[in-house]
Design a protein around this ligand. Structure first.
Ligand code: CTP
Ligand code: MG
Ligand code: K
Length: 179
């Protein structure tokens, strides 16, 4: 694979994990996942993690992966791009949402209010979550697709994409903070 192809594969493979949290921003609201419960005097997750946002995010990431498979099957995109095993599609989308939730849990435990930045964690929580869920669900697919080179590219491009898309979402009035 050329360097450019490696970057394209990394971006392609991560799309089902990139979309869920942005979808949650758009469709989120309503009942919080933690049902308002506290742990040691602080919310378990906070009002920023809702059932509607989480469910819409998982569905969007999963459905996107199916569309990407279809685009490949129809020859709309270059053949070197990989297909998504169904369990991989689920793992990437669900894991991204769970990773972001895990970060909120950590934020609340470390005294960070809802919306407070947590540099480093904010940019990679969903990547860690996506991998942590996809590896056990689809180990063969994962290690075939995410070669060491692809993994390295993911770790570099994800924070850059995260910072820029969140800035745009903030400017568009979709997000309250630019992170
Ligand atoms: N959102 C949601 N459900 C999720 C994730 C996000 O409903 N699982 C929505 C919420 O409206 C949230 C917004 O998307 O406020 C922005 O997401 P995020 O920045 O992750 O949440 P924060 O409000 O910053 O909360 P936290 O400090 O817990 O990250
Ligand atoms: Mg936030
Ligand atoms: K977050």
């Amino acid at each position: 694979m050329s360097a450019l192809e490696t970057v394209a594969v990394a971006f392609w493979l991560m799309l089902p994990a990139y979309i869920p949290n942005n979808t949650a921003v758009v469709f989120g609201g309503g009942r919080p996942v933690d049902m308002g419960r506290e742990w040691n005097g602080t919310r378990v997750l906070g009002d920023g993690k809702t059932w509607r946002g989480s469910a819409s995010g998982v569905v969007a990431g999963f459905v996107l992966a199916l569309f990407l498979n279809e685009a490949l099957a129809r020859g709309y995109v270059p053949e070197f791009l990989p297909t998504f095993a169904p369990l991989a599609a689920l793992g990437l989308a669900l894991g991204a949402i769970l990773g972001d939730m895990g970060a909120s849990f950590l934020k609340r435990r470390t005294g960070r209010e809802r919306g407070a930045p947590f540099p480093g964690v904010d940019q990679l929580d969903f990547v860690v979550g996506a991998f942590a869920v996809t590896v056990p669900l689809a180990p063969g697919w994962f290690f075939d697709s995410f070669t060491p080179g692809v993994l390295a590219v993911v770790l570099v491009i994800t924070p850059v994409l995260h910072v820029s898309t969140n800035f745009i979402a903030y400017k568009l009035g979709l997000k309250d903070e630019p992170w």
